[in-house]
Each structure stands twice: as C-alpha cells, then as structure tokens.
Design a protein around this ligand. Structure first.
Ligand code: AMP
Length: 220
C-alpha cells in the first residue's frame, strides 16, 4: 500500500504512522524525522533545515523533495510506504505524483487526521520525545513516563522539540492552514481522501484508521 498521512501538527501523525506502518508492513517515511536525523548528525542539510524548522516554516521544496525521493527509492519502499509529513504543499504533491508516475504506481489513500485546534496546541505543548528514538513519544499529563524525563521504552532522555514552543506551534498551524490544507482538495479531486477523527485513545484512533483504509481499498 502507498499511503499519505495528513493532519495538523499535534494530530498524532507520528504516533499513528509508526503503528500503521507496523500493521501494514510498510516503511514509515517521515520527512520531519529525516530532517531531525540530519540535524543530530550535523550535516549541511541538517544545518539548513534547522533554521526553517525552528521558525516553524517549511524547509524549501528543492531539498525536501530530493530527500523524500531518495528515501522512497530505497529497496524497502518498493512495494509500499506510509508518508508522514510529506507532501506538505501542492508543489510537493505534484512532485510526488511525478515520482509515482515514473514508477508506474499509484497512491491507495490519503488519510486525513482531524483534530480541533485547541487540542493540538495542548498536545504539542506537553509533548516530550525520546532522544534515542523519536517514535517514543510521551505527554507530561496525558501519557506521562514512569520517571520524569526518562523514556519508558528504552531509557533515553526525553526532551521538548525546539519547534514545540507555543509561539512556533502557532506559526506551524498557520503554515498548515495556508500551505498544507490545500493538498487535501488536491487529493479529493483524485478521490483519495479518507478523513478520520484523531481524538481519543491512541489504540482507538489506530483502529479507526485501519477500518477506514480497509473500506477505502474494498471500494476500489
Ligand atoms: P514534523 O516532524 O512532520 O512535525 O516536521 C517538523 C518540521 O520539519 C516542520 O515544521 C518543517 O519545518 C519540517 N518539515 C517536515 N516535513 C516537511 C516537508 N514535507 N516540507 C517542508 N518542511 C518539512
């Protein structure tokens, strides 16, 4: 399956993407995680990306598209992938269409995670991520780790992402509305959008997502 996950920052894309990719046995490709890996390895790409990310802006298309394309061309993504955080604007969606056309394959669905604005701001403000593995995500009140500042899964240090400050979150939400939301209409014209409510317990949301994807592929 080839799936794109969309939704505002804080809707739970990363959490759901990790679980869905495991269930569907496809690689989880997160452009945010790829940028963060470049930042921790202090690559040139990481240095460039950090300045945009810290301000809550999108990293320029040219480097983002090249990075995403390179990842999608790895052998493990040959039979499918789950894209999380890419595409994030219409130009990136068009670039993705070109990649798919070259490979003579199509997207199966665009899963849109819906969550109210006040809720996503609260979720992000309390979010703590593991330094060793960014798929280990906690929340200071909703799903707090057993020991403050320490990852329950692997013992890694928990930290607040630089771009999770309230000011940057507001900027990221604005960027989401102006630049990313238009891709939902873009994909609606292709009949690919499946919207689910992203509120509630993590397992329930995963269940809803799997059901919606099953329905969508049965209709095809
Ligand atoms: P995320 O982890 O998906 O919330 O992404 C964190 C940040 O990485 C975003 O706020 C952007 O600055 C940058 N980023 C991630 N994916 C993209 C993308 N597809 N295009 C441009 N910037 C991106």
């Amino acid at each position: 399956m080839r799936i794109v996950l969309v939704g505002p920052p804080g809707a739970g894309k990363g959490t759901q993407a990790t679980r869905l990719a495991e269930k569907l046995r496809i690689p989880h490709i997160s452009t945010g995680d790829l940028f963060r890996a470049n930042i921790s390895q202090q690559t040139e790409l990481g240095k460039l990306a950090k300045s945009y990310m810290d301000a809550g802006n999108l990293v320029p298309d040219e480097v983002t598209i090249a990075m995403a394309k390179d990842r999608m061309e790895q052998p493990d993504a040959e039979n499918g992938f789950l894209l999380d955080g890419f595409p994030r604007n219409v130009s990136q969606a068009e670039a993705l269409d070109e990649v798919l056309e070259t490979e003579d394959v199509k997207l199966d669905a665009v899963l849109d995670l819906e969550a109210p604005e006040e809720e996503v701001v609260k979720r992000i403000a309390g979010r703590r991520v593991c330094r060793k593995d960014s798929s280990h995500v906690f929340h200071v009140t909703n799903s707090s780790p057993k020991k403050e500042g320490v990852c329950d899964v692997c013992g890694g240090e928990l930290y607040q992402r630089d771009d999770d400050s309230e000011e940057t979150v507001r900027k990221r939400l604005e960027v989401y509305h102006t630049q990313t939301e238009p891709i939902i209409d873009y994909y609606k014209t292709q009949g690919l959008v499946v919207t689910i409510n992203a509120m509630g317990p993590v397992d329930e949301v995963t269940g809803r997502a799997l059901e919606a994807l099953k329905r969508e592929s049965a209709e095809k």
